[in-house]
Design a binder for this molecule. Structure first.
Ligand SMILES: [Fe+2]
Length: 421
């Protein structure tokens, strides 16, 4: 009896220990006294969050586990109602999960699409795969219906082959969001990895920024390296589409993957896929025409990887197919990657330099990773720079202006321009 009492006393003593664990939002102390539940294991997994069709009401998530986790769920509720994840007000949504075979292993992809969220609301969430995986706690905020000014970040070409390379990408992301802590999302204009067929590089890319991307929505455009191996062959976007959960267009079946659009504030933003066949570019141009025709937003922005007006690379096919469409649609700003230079063009129309407000400005955001190319002079460039340092671009959208600020990771303002309406 004495022995049983001793065991019971020890058990209570253990339960009374106050334990502390860390979450994505900072230190959080929890007492084990009440309720009497075992401490939960926080698993250090990468959770990617993407916009759904409407950033005000939809949000999509992806995470990856071993094949033994056949299914999973997301648990969430508005931040101002949050008590803990065992509360009755926590909403639970089960994943759509599927098994994939990569170049090195088998794994389970878990995707969830949340809809009917409240606009302008911060939510707390985590993802769970019973019995052994509980992610860190993340937050996301839906877009407001009111058209407030907002900033978003562009980073591009973070491609690398080892952990050291992807630390540069992490540093670029951290510096961008330190400078613009209220930035609403990240546009990544492609070449996230160097060899898209190697799952190890995708893991390095995602794992480097786990604490950041659980809270920051990423808007991805597919790059040539994401879709192919580093020798430019074996085109396959599977690792890209498995990693992200992008809203599908109504006519998605006839479009290449990773072609989509959304509204945010007073901007309509479309993402194109330049890594598909030439006939697909034509199809994307037709889709973009119908997509942009439906918007009443003040600013029309396109993000893509292989830009029509860059530096080093000759992208005449893209230029021939897409710029007549951009001209016709009066696209204000095109965000590009691929050239590993910082480029800002003159306003361009009919492949000619035109006056401010009469054409489209094209920005190439240098590199957010290890690889830089020397500059190459082109007639469309107002600026072509190679500071040899990772860079990011911040775009601030308001009713009357679109402000583009380009920084390097040492906080040096490399370029600034304002488009006005
Ligand atoms: Fe590229």
């Amino acid at each position: 009896m004495k022995k049983q009492l001793k065991i019971f006393t020890s058990f209570i003593a253990v339960l009374c220990l106050v334990f502390t664990f860390s979450t994505g939002d900072g230190a959080f102390a929890a007492s084990a006294i009440a309720p009497i539940t075992p401490p939960q294991i926080i698993t250090d997994i990468s959770v990617i969050n993407n916009f759904g069709k409407d950033p005000a009401t939809d949000r999509n998530f992806t995470w990856i586990t071993s094949p033994s986790n056949k299914t999973g769920m997301i648990q969430y509720c508005p931040k101002n109602e949050f008590k803990n994840f065992n509360s009755s007000n926590i909403i639970k949504v089960t994943t759509t999960s599927y098994k994939v075979k990569t170049d090195t292993d088998s794994r389970m992809i878990h995707k969830v699409a949340l809809s009917k969220l409240k606009p302008g609301t911060t939510y707390i969430y985590r993802v769970v795969n019973k019995p052994d995986i509980i992610s860190a706690q993340g937050t996301f905020k839906t877009a407001e219906n009111k058209l407030n000014p907002f900033t978003f970040i562009q980073i591009t070409d973070t491609q690398g082959s080892d952990e050291k390379d992807y630390k540069l990408w992490k540093n670029t992301l951290i510096k961008a969001f330190e400078k613009f802590p209220d930035a609403k999302f990240l546009v990544h204009t492609g070449d996230m990895v160097d060899d898209g067929q190697k799952i190890k590089q995708w893991d390095l890319f995602a794992n480097a920024v786990k604490p950041e991307l659980i809270n920051i929505p990423i808007v991805p455009a597919v790059g040539n390296h994401d879709a192919m191996n580093k020798n430019g062959t074996n085109s396959n976007m599977k690792n890209f589409t498995d990693r992200f959960n992008i809203a599908k267009e109504i006519d998605a079946e006839s479009l290449p993957v990773a072609v989509y659009s959304f509204d945010y504030g007073n901007a309509h933003i479309a993402v194109l896929n330049t890594e598909s066949e030439r006939y697909d570019l034509k199809k994307q141009g037709e889709w973009l025409s119908s997509d942009m025709a439906k918007t009443d937003k003040q600013w029309k922005i396109v993000a893509l990887h292989r830009g029509p007006y860059g530096a080093v690379h000759e992208s005449s096919t893209i230029r021939d197919e897409l710029t007549p469409v951009f001209d016709k649609l009066k696209i204000d700003l095109v965000l590009q990657g691929h050239d590993h230079n910082y480029v800002r063009t003159y306003p361009m129309k009919n492949k000619t330099k035109v006056k401010n407000g009469q054409g489209t400005v094209y920005i190439t955001a240098n590199s957010g990773g290890a690889k830089f190319y020397p500059t190459k002079s082109r007639y469309w460039q107002l600026i072509d720079l190679q500071p040899g340092t990772q860079m990011f671009v911040a775009v601030t959208v308001s009713d009357s202006s679109l402000v583009v600020n380009a920084y390097d990771v040492n906080n040096v303002l490399i370029d600034t321009t304002t488009l006005k309406k």
